[in-house]
Design a protein around this ligand. Sequence first.
Ligand code: FAD
Length: 285
Amino acid sequence: MAQSEQNFSIEFFPPKTPEGSEKLRVVRAKLADLHPKYFSVTFGAGGSTQKGTLETVLEIRSEGHEAAPHLSCMGSSRDSLRAILNEYKSHGIKRIVALRGDLPSGYGSIGFASGEFRYANELVEFIRAETGDWFHIEVAAYPEMHPQAKSPQDDIQSFARKVRAGANSAITQYFYNPDAYFRFVDDAHKIGVSVPIVAGIMPITNYSQLMRFSDMCGAEIPRWVRIKLASFGDDSESIRAFGLDVVTGLCERLLAGGAPGLHFYTLNQAVATSAIWKRLNLARH
Ligand code: FAD
């Protein structure tokens, strides 16, 4: 696939403090120089960061860039989601990342039980019913299986349901094993799912943080990567240099193998994403 047809996007979370907002402005200015197709902004279930999502998206748009809010449905009512969708529409926002969401720890199952949606395919269906073709809808995909799925076969069927409900394309959970991604894409094709599946990329900059996130979301860190990272101890410079090599190599394999794009989970940091982007020589597209 020609680079001009591939999509490169960048994800932030909404800052919680004025200092965080200021820092994100600086980070964004650096990453905007890379000319991503769009910036996406995550959405916290249970009300934690929902206002921040819209504020951050509007700020990005006011700087002249395309921005896509994430929207999760767990614990939400139809009325509240309708209001959010109408607000996005009124601002001319055309792209949205639709998710089930995870409740912050401490919510137990209360929020889940009180919500009107159980799975993301129901949210996609709702968005289409409410807003027709207004939004380009992205959904999540899991090359290494979502941790709550019964089996990879069940999980890919759940993914197919989201596409049949009207999703235009997908972004994967991060992974470090390209074969898992290629197999997932092949399996999706076999069951008739042909939307672009963009690979989610998590730069490696911090060993303990990476282990914590990966335990939560079910992403596997290959043994050789784990051992090597652990061997660096507190030597963060070596961790970053090794992480840069590993993740750049992963991206190269993905792009060479036909991935339709890359979506960078930046955790609101510019340096690692920018370094990988430059090493990959991703020209403006
Ligand atoms: P679903 O597609 O609904 O799947 C959830 C689980 O249910 C899976 O195990 C699936 O196999 C299973 N399932 C689905 N349908 C059915 C069914 N009908 N019957 C039985 N089982 C079923 N979280 C946030 O809170 N905010 C964000 O902004 C956010 N952004 C994300 C962006 C990306 C690109 C990704 C990959 C994840 C993001 N997440 C976010 C995390 C996401 O919300 C979690 O991974 C969540 O646990 C699953 O969301 P989903 O949309 O994939 O859910």
